[in-house]
Design a protein around this ligand. Structure first.
Ligand code: FE2
Ligand code: FE2
Length: 136
């Protein structure tokens, strides 16, 4: 399934990576509906912790490269979420119905909101910078 247009930034690597994250939550949501989310729970958390580091680093690289004016605030958002994931993993080493629901609701929602509120602005900025480079 393609990335929902509402979450697009227009930056290829950013959209690709956001899709990976959104698909991860889709998968666990579907598994929950069939009461099969237990096996996916640890995998989802481990994948999330790994992938988010990779993804945030790349966004931060671009913020640095183009001297994005809101880079510090955006960076802080990322750091806050990394801390949240770590705390969540420490508190929820094992599956429970509630932990799985919290994972979807708090972690999943954070990512969607962050894309809409922060990443789309960054994406727009990156696109503008890159178009400028192409014209030179
Ligand atoms: Fe971001
Ligand atoms: Fe992002």
């Amino acid at each position: 399934m393609p990335l929902d247009a509402k979450y697009e930034t227009g930056v290829v690597w950013q959209d690709f990576q956001h899709k990976q994250l959104i698909d991860l939550f889709k998968k666990i949501r579907e598994a929950r509906a069939q009461k099969k989310d237990k096996n996916l729970f640890r995998y989802t958390l481990a994948f999330l912790a790994m992938y988010v580091n990779h993804h945030f680093s790349l966004e931060e690289e671009y913020m640095e490269k183009y001297q994005y004016p809101a880079k510090d605030a955006h960076h802080r958002e990322h750091q806050g979420f990394v801390k949240e994931i770590k705390a969540f993993r420490d508190e929820n080493t094992n599956y429970s119905e509630k932990a799985s629901e919290d994972l979807l609701n708090s972690m999943g929602e954070w990512i969607l909101t962050h894309i809409l509120e922060d990443d789309q602005k960054l994406g727009q900025f990156v696109l503008e910078k890159e178009q400028l480079h192409l014209r030179v």
